[in-house]
Design a protein around this ligand. Structure first.
Ligand code: NDP
Ligand code: HSE
Length: 432
């Protein structure tokens, strides 16, 4: 047994994740001591309503999170969520030289610069593996294992709630409202699902991923965000007809034009081929596909949420910062030296799948094709199926700027020969 003095830990929050952090700390105390080289001791737990928390020792509970942070603890673990008071508490901890472990994606996506500066000033550690994709080891590979490579793309399913809804729509043919109701009934969607279904949660995660992958500071405000509320049963059916499925993707790409480099960071629903590795990720699971120059393609897959999976990532970080304290030294600092600009969505090349109901008569296809040509959007594939008195026309484009594609679709929607624009969706995961 090591004779080192204990590493004292303040836990801020004891909800879904915090409860499991306490359980793992207690259940694995001996193993953690051996792995760290010193006992890891829970010094206090800050909550709002102590009476609610009968599962943890009452003498550890406090409602005064600031006092707990200011006490003689070595590490602060934050699983409260939201911006305040988490931001102030963590800045106080870091300024006092206390290492921080947090699962708070919303905070990091807005304030990582400020938090990293405070950590650098005092020499403390700032770890946040649990903030993206729950249990899946993803940030450490980006931050450390791939630090010698050049990452070109990170594309993933980082929100389990929306993946559960879209998987349900795909397998049952249900509409969005019905699938959301089912997800709520089963506890996959919260009573207020806005953060998930409107893409805010995924956008925060995309900002964190892009910052690490491209050594640049990207915030949630830089991320182009579209949710899944407008995905219809017709979109899903159109995807299925062409061997594709619809996923809410977080996409972080390095874009090179001449000697200018920038990053595109976006969250939106997209059709991907059913043969793509991300297409098989169903239910509430997360998966992230990473491409790097030397390493090639990699995929990280697992449970992206839930108390125990997320606590696993928190404990991994806690062991890392505790080891640093015992052995001396520090984990990786923020790496934002590249400072790549974020490319506006309008200038970002994407591909579209457009499904139209059109009149079935001579010259219709040429009128539609003329609008694409007028906007300099190249058509990759066309499929037409005649019906009794009209036809279904599906056009898949090559990559073109988002602005050009949007103008094309607007103009096509106004053609007298087009009865309805049934579905418009971006296509990802295929050659451009
Ligand atoms: P919960 O809402 O379940 O728990 C939040 C906890 O914080 C509660 O114990 C609450 O106290 C406490 N709390 C809230 N405000 C204060 C305050 N002002 N002072 C002290 N304590 C406070 O959240 P989760 O456990 O689900 O999430 C925690 C963090 O982990 C969030 O940042 C979230 O984004 C992240 N995360 C969560 C995942 C998940 O699956 N749940 C997955 C990945 C990341 P009380 O219990 O008394 O109300
Ligand atoms: N609400 C998130 C999800 C879990 O559905 O994936 C926490 O990030």
């Amino acid at each position: 047994m090591p004779s080192q003095k204990p590493i004292k830990v303040a836990l801020l929050g004891c909800g879904t994740v915090g409860t499991e952090v306490v359980r793992l700390l207690v259940d694995q105390a001996d193993d953690l001591t051996a792995r760290v080289g010193a006992p890891v001791e829970l010094a206090g737990i800050a909550v709002r309503k102590p009476n609610k928390h009968r599962e943890v020792p009452a003498d550890l509970l406090t409602t005064d999170a600031a006092a707990l942070v200011a006490s003689d603890v070595d590490v602060v673990v934050e699983v409260i969520g939201g911006i305040e008071p988490a931001r102030t508490l963590l800045l106080d901890a870091l300024r006092a030289g206390k290492s921080v472990v947090t699962a708070n994606k919303a905070l990091l996506a807005e304030h990582s610069g400020e938090l990293s500066a405070a950590a650098d000033a005092s020499g403390a550690d700032l770890y946040f593996e649990a903030s993206v994709a729950g249990a899946i080891p993803l940030l450490r590979p980006l931050r450390e294992s791939l630090a010698g490579d050049r990452i070109t793309r990170v594309m993933g399913i980082v929100n389990g709630t929306t993946n559960f809804i879209l998987s349900g729509m795909d397998s049952t043919g249900a509409g969005y409202a019905e699938a959301l109701e089912e997800a709520t009934r089963l506890g996959y969607a919260e009573a207020d699902p806005t953060a998930d279904v409107d893409g805010f949660d995924a956008a925060s995660k995309a900002a964190i991923l892009a910052s690490l992958a491209f050594h640049s500071r990207v915030t949630a405000a830089d991320v182009h965000r579209e949710g899944i509320a407008s995905v219809s049963a017709a979109d899903i059916a159109a995807a299925r007809a062409l061997g594709r499925t619809v996923k809410l993707l977080a996409i972080c790409e390095r874009v090179t034009e001449g000697d200018q480099e920038s990053v595109s960071v976006r969250v939106h629903p997209a059709m991907i081929p059913r043969s793509h590795p991300l297409a098989g990720v169903s239910g509430a699971f997360n998966a992230v596909f990473v491409e790097a120059d030397a390493a090639g393609e990699m995929m990280f897959y697992g449970q992206g949420a839930g108390g125990a999976p997320t606590a696993s990532a928190v404990l991994g970080d806690l062991v890392a910062v505790a080891r640093n304290l015992v052995q001396g030294g520090r984990g990786p600092r923020e790496s934002a030296y590249a400072a790549l600009p974020v490319r506006p969505m309008g200038q970002t090349p994407t591909r579209y799948h457009i499904s139209l109901d059109v009149a079935d008569r001579a010259g219709v296809l040429s009128q539609v094709a003329a609008v694409f040509a007028e906007h300099d959007v190249s058509i990759a594939a066309v499929r037409q199926e005649g019906r009794v008195d009209d036809a279904s026309l599906v056009v898949v484009t090559h990559a073109a700027t988002d602005a050009a594609l949007r103008s094309t679709v607007d103009k096509i929607g106004g053609l007298p020969v087009v009865r309805e624009v049934v579905s418009v969706m971006r296509v990802e995961g295929e050659e451009t």
